[in-house]
Design a binder for this molecule. Structure first.
Ligand code: FPP
Length: 246
């Protein structure tokens, strides 16, 4: 068992990213349709966001809809978009009460207008909140992000705004959807799958990876504490040796 108190006695990850997986299988295991899984997934979103804020996590990034998720059946995409709008409308109060800022990452301009408008509205209303930033990855894909970054920098080189010799990691960071965010410290994926699915590939270069069998709708505070406790036991060497760290 990993209690909240144990976790608070050790350094916390500054930035947690989560691949929320297993909604469909969770619903299937209960003889229900996939939409039921997504609806229950929103409950785990709510509890995880609140718990991370209460623990003092500074950045939480959730993979809510990928650039590849458009390939799902039309009705499922519609359900996910509907859930997003209703969650944003419902949770704006919780975000304000918990001093949480909402930030969207991804190619959000091509989302349905209603989703886009609600996102901008909530992001704007919460922009001065300081306790935690909730980054919602929507229409997000790492390959798309890296492609757009190269295009933006290429355009600046063409217009003599920057010279190619000046391109370094910080210039690249500033042209990603995640500009101004610190690197991910802990990446969690639920549902037993062990892959990255085009999520934050640049930003997780030195992240600790944590995989759990638990389906996303069942992901509880206890599961979150377990993931953080596992992170706290690891030695992060960033390319150095153990001896150099001591
Ligand atoms: C993966 O489960 C989950 C998603 C593709 C979307 C996650 C969305 C939510 C939790 C609901 C809305 C989000 C917010 C932020 C309010 P899956 O469908 O891939 O499950 P499976 O692998 O078992 O089929």
């Amino acid at each position: 068992m990993s209690s909240k108190d144990d976790i608070l006695n050790h350094p916390l990850p500054k930035h947690i990213a989560i691949i929320m997986d297993g909604n469909g299988r969770w619903a299937k295991s209960k003889g229900k349709i996939r939409a039921f899984g997504h609806e229950n997934g929103t409950k785990s979103v709510r509890t995880t966001v609140e718990s991370c804020a209460q623990l003092g996590i500074e950045q939480l990034t959730l993979y809510a809809f990928s650039t590849e998720n458009w390939k799902r059946p039309k009705l499922e995409v519609k359900t996910l978009m509907r859930l997003l709008i209703s969650s944003l409308k419902k949770e704006i109060k919780t975000l304000q009460e918990n001093n949480i800022r909402l930030n969207a990452i991804g190619d959000i301009k091509t989302l349905p207008t209603k989703v886009y408008n609600e996102l901008i509205h909530v992001a704007d209303a919460t922009k001065s909140n300081t306790k935690m930033t909730l980054n919602l990855a929507l229409n997000y894909g790492s390959r798309d992000e890296l492609t757009q970054m190269v295009q933006k920098i290429g355009e600046k080189i063409k217009n003599n705004i920057i010279s190619s010799e000046k391109i370094d990691e910080s210039v690249i960071n500033q042209h990603l959807y995640t500009r101004n965010l610190p690197d991910v410290d802990l990446l969690i994926r639920t549902s037993g799958e062990q892959r990255l699915s085009n999520f934050l590939l640049w930003q997780i270069a030195y992240a600790e990876l944590y995989f759990t069998e638990v389906f996303w709708p069942d992901f509880s505070d206890e599961d979150l504490y377990k993931a953080i406790a596992s992170y706290q036991k690891r030695e992060r060497r960033f390319g150095k040796t153990s001896e150099q760290l001591n």
